[in-house]
Design a protein around this ligand. Structure first.
Ligand SMILES: Cc1cc2nc3c(=O)[nH]c(=O)nc-3n(C[C@H](O)[C@H](O)[C@H](O)COP(=O)(O)OP(=O)(O)OC[C@H]3O[C@@H](n4cnc5c(N)ncnc54)[C@H](O)[C@@H]3O)c2cc1C
Length: 466
């Protein structure tokens, strides 16, 4: 009886938040959709990628274009709700809860080529698929996501994840629809619990120097595992080792996360640590530690007299390690003329950060993780980008001025404990104070994220209704 009451209460609260989030999503749509009436066009549009971004823009375009002529090139029969991998790791979702057949989201009349693009040939308005098929287009939308590079960490193979105390919640294959990282990490939680009965453990959580999907995930796994063990009265040494200098790039969120860490006795942060090698047999993580040695503060000029850049190798032994792999642009884009050829985003899709149109090829657009634009790689980013791409593509087809501008919006729901999350909502101008999607209390945000976001992803995001 008691168990039933406990289970029902959060659900009831969650339902209240459904109303809230639906209302706010509507407001959001009204303020930024810049509505464009349906057009009639049989211009050939090719979408590459069947993940969040590819399917969402497909839904928008099939609804907005009468007599459309759209081809999607996507290898995946199964679509993964990737944010749910964290809740699988926490033991709150099953893997099957986060998978659906892609065909549910391919409307009648759309051609689906179940292959990968091998080469993009933008000078010829065409591309080649993995079986050598040449596909021409009038307009191209690139939504190929990113690739993991576990093997860039010397001594590590993808196959090592789930063995010898190593886990990585990110592990998945978006080409085949396999999402193994969640379950392996849940098993990792159990293994830690068992091992902790014998000795006080040292746990490491890494974060690479590259852009990553939803930047808070490494910390989510640290907090959830720490809270899970705390509930079992187990204490351990938790060490967060990010390449960067902060818990989060934006000061306000960074401060909230430092505050959240105080609930745990034994978390330490070792900033500027990039995992470059691992000895999986002896359980030693090897980091490149770069820092600045500052000397002689000058009061008058308000600056340091000398700043010396230092680099050293740091070895940390561990019992368990959670690894976030370096992430790079998908290779088909990185090697093509569509990629940026220099700078921090070298290899990523070269689109304008506001219009999402390619900077050189005017009939090419991009959205989702592949874009070489600053800030978020999250689902809310894609929801907003999809409207911008739809509007701007239609404007181009109908020979009008570009209609919409992307503001960089992103939301990362950083789980800081079971039942609590810090919502990081931001755009190109910084933190979005009045976030539209959630009520902004740590518990309500958690309930909404756990119970509401997933069904809305399947029924609204991917259907182009947010
Ligand atoms: C563990 C984890 C936790 C996350 N947590 C959150 C969260 O809490 N909140 C949030 O909003 N977001 C979260 N995200 C991020 C979010 O899931 C992604 O930002 C989003 O799914 C990216 O969508 P995408 O379409 O750009 O890329 P993907 O969904 O990765 O899809 C890219 C698709 O392109 C295909 N593809 C690749 N190359 C080619 C090619 N050459 N030809 C044809 N197709 C190709 C792939 O098969 C793939 O299906 C999380 C992600 C992970 C992994």
């Amino acid at each position: 009886m008691i168990t039933k009451t406990k289970k029902m209460l959060p659900r009831r609260e969650a339902i209240k938040t459904i109303a809230l989030s639906t209302l706010s999503a509507k407001l959001l749509a009204d303020s930024s959709s810049n509505k464009i009436a349906q057009i009639d066009s049989n211009a050939k549009i090719v979408i590459v990628g069947g993940g969040t971004a590819g399917i969402t823009i497909l839904s928008h375009l099939t609804k907005s274009i009468k007599n459309h002529n759209i081809t999607i090139i996507a290898p995946n029969e199964i679509h993964i709700y990737q944010p749910g991998q964290v809740y699988v790791a926490a033991g709150l979702y099953q893997t099957q809860d986060i998978l659906k057949e892609t065909k549910e989201y391919i409307p009648d009349g759309v051609e689906w080529i179940k292959e990968k693009v091998e080469s993009f040939l933008p000078d010829e308005n065409s591309l080649l698929t993995s079986t050598g098929k040449k596909v021409s287009y009038d307009y191209l939308i690139v939504a190929t996501g990113l690739e993991y590079r576990y093997e860039d960490i010397k001594g590590l193979k993808k196959e090592d994840i789930g063995t010898r105390g190593i886990s990585s919640v990110y592990l998945n294959n978006t080409d085949t629809g396999e999402a193994t990282g969640g379950l392996l990490t849940w098993q990792w939680f159990q293994d830690i619990k068992e091992a902790a009965k014998k000795k006080k453990l040292k746990l490491l959580y890494t974060m690479p120097h590259t852009s990553v999907k939803c930047g808070g995930v490494a910390q989510m796994i640290m907090y959830l595992s720490a809270d899970y063990l705390k509930k079992e009265n187990i204490n351990a040494e938790f060490i967060y080792t990010p390449s960067g200098a902060r818990l989060f790039g934006l000061k306000a969120i960074d401060e909230k996360l430092h505050e959240s860490q105080k609930r745990y006795d034994s978390i330490t942060n070792r900033f500027h640590h990039e995992l470059i090698e691992i000895d999986i047999k002896t359980k030693i993580a090897i980091y490149k530690h770069e820092y600045e040695l500052k000397k002689g503060w000058d009061e008058e000029f308000q600056e340091w007299e000398s700043i010396e850049k230092k680099s050293e190798i740091v070895k940390i032994n561990y019992d368990f390690i959670h690894i976030v792999p370096p992430m790079v642009a998908t290779s088909s884009v990185a090697k093509s003329k569509l990629a940026k050829d220099s700078g921090h985003f070298k290899g990523w899709l070269d689109v304008d950060m506001n219009s999402l149109g390619h900077t050189k090829y005017k009939n090419v657009f991009g959205l989702g993780d592949i874009c070489g634009t600053p800030l978020g790689k999250t689902v809310p980013t894609i929801e907003r980008q999809a409207k911008v791409v739809k509007n701007n593509l239609i404007a181009l087809i109908t020979k009008k001025e570009l209609a919409s501008s992307f503001d960089g919006y992103s939301v990362c729901p950083i789980k800081t404990a079971y039942g609590e999350l810090v919502l990081a909502a931001f755009d190109y101008n910084g933190v979005v104070k009045k976030d539209q999607g959630f009520k902004n209390s740590k518990k309500k945000d958690w309930l909404s994220d756990l119970y509401v976001t997933k069904p809305e992803y399947w029924s609204k995001t991917l259907r182009g209704e947010v």
